[in-house]
Every structure is written in C-alpha cells, then in structure tokens.
Design a protein around this ligand. Structure first.
Ligand code: F6P
Length: 328
C-alpha cells in the first residue's frame, strides 16, 4: 500500500460470535484515534454489494463492548462468491473512496477476502471471529472463550438432572469440523467421554468405557459429542446405539445448538477483541495488509491470510490424556 489509508471500512461476516461488537468498537475508535474515517458495512459482504455503508464515530460504538452478536449484522453472502458480486463490491468501495477493509469473521470470510484482494489488490486485514477456534495463526478466536463457558454452564445444568434420574446424557456441541469446543468444555464440565473429529476411536471403545463407568459405581454420565465427530453417526444414532447395547442406561440427548453462539462476551473475549481491533487498524496504517491478526503466547502475531486459511489449528493432544485420566 502506497499511502496510509484515510478511510477504513469494517464488516462482520459468517457465523456471529461474542466479542464481534467489542472488535468493531476497537476498530472504529482506533481509526478515529489516528485520524482516519471508519465506515461500518452492514450484513457482511452483502453490505459491500448493496452499498450499505455507515460512517461511524467514537460515540457510535458506545455501550456495545458487553453485547453479544454483532450490531452491524452478519451474513454468509453467496453473491460475493461470484466475480460479478465482487466487482460491485469493489466499485462501491471505490465510489466511497474507502482504501482499506477490516474483515471480522472465520475461514469462509477470509477465503472471500483473499480472492477479493487478489482480484483488486485491495488492502484487507482479518480478525478471527468464530466460536469454533479453528483458525491457524491464533491460539484463540473471538467468541470461543464465551462459547465454552456457555457450554460448561449448560452441561452443569444437564448434570443436575442426569444425576437426579441416573441417566446417560449425550450432549452435542458446535465446532464444525473442529473439536476445540467439545474437548475443552467437556473437560471443564467433567464429562465422562468426549468425541471429537480429530480422534475417532469408534463406538466399541465408547461402549467399553461406559460399561466400565457403570461398574465403577457411576449412576449417571455425560458424553460430549462434537458436531463434526467422525464416527459416521449423528448424536441421536449414537445414543440409540448405546441404549440398545447397554439397556441398563436410560439415555437422553441434548443438542445445545445456537445458544452457544449468543450471550454476553466474557472478559477474555472483550480484551482479545479490543487488542485485535487496535492491532488491525495499526497494521493497516503501517502499510501492511493481506494478514490476519492473531494472539500466540500473549503476543499479537500477523499471519498471511492464505496461511491462516490453509493451515490447521491443532487440538492440544495433552487434553485428551487429561480427559482419559480424570474420567475413570
Ligand atoms: O462457525 C460457527 C458455527 O456456529 C459452527 O459451529 C456451526 O457448525 C455453524 O456455525 C452453524 O452455522 P449456521 O448458523 O449457519 O447454521
């Protein structure tokens, strides 16, 4: 980028995540702080295509740091996947003389960003916002911490009723193809078994382990299943398979669903969002782009968007061992 950007736009895209508003606030205020104008694009890439831009000031983002969801709305925009849609988006950005863009979203949103900047050489910086925590180049994505706390709270409640009725509960959690939410919330909630896509040990092992639990005197149990689990069966099929093979268990299923994406962001997510928002704008002002902001060992780190999309965010395999030891 030759000149410092004077007009920066920001959008939230893909599945919403707690902390997106805090990141928006940080991007707007940091732009204003350094003397740049900041425009909020409504409804992700759709707003770029529809020319739905709103000039923000420091006061437009009052009282949103504590709010879940995203006040500028989010979408998974099909039109932006077409060359025609991206052309319209570029023309609208040019018309408004916007010279840089911050995209807050997950890997789908970053893929769109990468194609767009390759086509039009438009400066973009990404902030990873997704509850799934599945993005390479950052230890944490925005919304993940809040989501695992929401899941733990929900499973604590399920445990109350499970133990009152001596029941075996299968709880499905989100995470798309990644098991971060399942593994961490499962350990946090003391689950007896955790099924994640990264480790497919099969249903026989699950049966053996539940038999052992029952023999060891457990009258109720919680099995956390990641939605992307690779046993080839969904949570209801797994539950009925277990019920058929272990008839002494009374089985129930709970799919936590979208409640995992909502709610007030945790302090951790608010601070992370604030740091990432400041860093995103400073990165653009330093003339850098095509990168994603991440945090590793508590330091802000820049990763090329392409690497962030292609790389894999690994599960901490030590956690699997911790879960196995503690669920005896
Ligand atoms: O990526 C976030 C996420 O909540 C995933 O965990 C889940 O698989 C997906 O989005 C659900 O998407 P939608 O809200 O479009 O149904």
């Amino acid at each position: 980028m030759k000149n410092k950007p004077k007009k920066i736009a920001v959008l939230t895209s893909g599945g919403d995540a707690p902390g997106m508003n805090a990141a928006l606030r940080a991007v707007v205020r940091t732009s204003v702080f350094y003397g740049a104008e900041c425009y909020a694009i409504q409804q992700g890439y759709q707003g770029l295509i529809d020319n739905d831009f709103k000039l923000m000031n420091a006061r437009s983002v009052n009282n949103i740091i504590n709010k879940g969801g995203t006040i500028i709305k989010s979408a998974r925009c099909l039109e932006f996947r077409t060359p025609e849609g991206r052309k319209l988006a570029y023309e609208n950005l040019k018309k408004s003389e916007i010279d840089a863009l911050v995209v807050i979203g997950g890997d789908g949103s970053f893929t769109g960003a990468m194609i767009f900047q390759e086509e039009y050489d438009f400066p973009i910086v990404g902030i990873p916002g997704t509850i799934d925590n599945d993005i390479f180049g950052t230890r944490y994505t925005l919304g993940y911490d809040t989501a695992i706390n929401t899941v733990v709270e929900a499973i604590d409640k399920i445990r109350d009723t499970a133990s009152s009725h001596n029941r075996l509960f299968f709880v499905e959690v989100m995470g798309r193809d990644a098991g971060h939410i399942a593994l961490n919330s499962g350990i946090g909630a003391g689950a007896e078994e955790i099924l994640i896509p990264e480790e497919n040990l099969g249903l026989e092992r699950l049966l053996e382990s539940l038999k052992k639990s029952e023999k060891s005197g457990k009258s109720s149990s919680i099995v956390v299943i990641a939605e992307g689990d690779k046993t080839g069966k969904n949570v209801f099929e797994i539950a009925s398979y277990v019920e058929k093979n272990l008839p002494y268990y009374e089985v129930r299923v709970s799919v936590l669903g979208h409640m995992q994406r909502g709610g007030t962001p945790s302090c951790f997510d608010r601070v992370l969002a604030s740091r990432m928002g400041v860093c995103a704008v400073e990165t653009l002002l330093e003339g850098k782009s095509k990168v994603m902001i991440g945090v590793i060992d508590d330091q802000m780190v820049l990763t090329p968007l392409e690497k962030a999309i292609k790389g894999k965010s690994e599960i901490n395999s030590n956690l699997i061992k911790v879960s196995d030891i503690l669920s005896i």
